[in-house]
Design a protein around this ligand. Structure first.
Ligand code: SAH
Length: 346
């Protein structure tokens, strides 16, 4: 049997061509494109301004591989975690994080992850494949629906902090963001989108070259090579100096400051030397720091530093005029917080 093509892999031009080649008007392609992206329907039957024959013709040739919310869990703080089933039955997770003023979608970019960060639950999952642009887009669509349903307003922000490393799925992540921000898609402002990366210098430079308009966050966790390499094996391939060079390039090209994500762990990065290294690193490129709470996973040797140590980090950064926020975790009771996404349903 011939496998049908994923219709959302086609550009608008290709869709227009499909219709002219099949004896219809090119304009039909625009209509279908609008149904597929702006209206994000799951079936050809939902395309109600097309004739029955046209819908049947589409159905013979194509599929819409819309994601399915396979399982949904709500935390007592309002956070929602979704297990998302993909067309090939693989699972990823997406999270809705509400605060008083906004709702944020935390989306996945890959099935599993190849990076092996020792403190992250997703690292335990083998990287199976990259997500397609439509699979990333659909996560945002579904979470926007949940935001409207449970919080009475539309989704306000998106962070690429779910499963996977977005810069190792560069093309599809950028294609998805293009659609999310387009007026033919979800019309969201790129300034409300943050891409979080482990820090891959070559791809960070490419982002700047490509003139992206979204924000960049880098998972730093230590500004000392020896310490960072132990937790994040990527640092052995490209060290802090190489990362910094790419961040200079990013800032020169975009004029947008970088957010460093940083967890403070007991006995790992909680000494004065660790703090001084962070201050020194931050001073070299326009940046701010988000100190994020450690979300326990069953990883040996990792324990959140004491509140006093974290306060000391805050005070020292502030004394050096570096903006710092302490980020509370959300959705911990349902394993929905940073680093806890591991497809454990139930
Ligand atoms: N691969 C990307 C995005 C996914 S991780 C990246 O590394 O940035 C999203 C954030 O959660 C990263 O800052 C990551 O370092 C952090 N994180 C991973 N495991 C964590 C844990 N157990 N507790 C708190 N944060 C964690």
């Amino acid at each position: 049997m011939l496998t049908k093509q994923d219709i959302r892999a086609l550009t608008k031009e290709q869709l227009r061509l499909f219709f002219t080649e099949n004896g219809d008007k090119a304009f039909r392609g625009n209509q279908v494109y609008e149904w597929l992206w702006h209206k994000a329907v799951h079936s050809f039957d939902a395309m109600t301004n097309l004739s029955k024959e046209t819908r049947a013709m589409l159905d013979e040739n194509f599929v819409i591989n819309h994601i399915k919310v396979h399982h949904m869990q709500r935390s007592n703080d309002g956070t929602i975690k979704n297990a998302i089933k993909l067309y090939d039955n693989l699972l990823v997770e997406s999270v809705l994080i509400p605060t008083d003023t906004r709702t944020t979608a935390c989306v996945s970019s890959q099935v599993g992850c190849s990076l092996d960060c020792t403190f992250c639950a997703t690292a335990r999952l083998k990287r199976m494949r990259n997500l397609n642009p439509d699979e990333i887009y659909d996560q945002v669509v579904e979470i926007d629906k949940q935001s409207r349903l449970y919080h009475n307003h539309k989704l306000s922000n998106i962070v690429f902090m779910g499963m996977g490393e977005p810069l190792l799925n560069y093309k599809n992540v950028l294609a998805a963001i293009d659609k999310i921000t387009s007026d033919e898609g979800l019309e969201m402002s790129p300034r409300r989108i943050t891409l979080s990366t482990v820090g891959i210098p070559k791809m960070i430079k490419k982002l700047a070259d490509d003139g992206v308009k979204f924000k960049l966050a880098v998972s730093l966790h230590s500004a000392i090579d020896e310490v960072r390499s132990k937790m994040m094996p990527i640092n052995k391939k490209s060290n802090l100096a190489a990362l910094l060079e790419s961040l200079h390039y990013w800032y020169a090209g975009t004029q947008r400051i970088i957010t460093f994500e940083y967890v403070v762990w007991k006995g790992i990065n909680d000494t004065q030397q660790d703090i001084d290294a962070l201050v020194n690193y931050c001073k070299q490129v326009p940046s701010k720091v988000n100190l994020i709470e450690y979300n326990a996973i069953d990883a040996d040797g990792f324990q959140q530093a004491s509140p006093e140590t974290i306060q000391h980090y805050v005070k020292t950064l502030e004394a050096n005029r570096i903006v710092v926020n302490v980020r509370r975790s959300r959705g911990k009771d349902i394993d929905a917080a940073c680093g806890q996404l591991a497809n454990k349903i139930g």
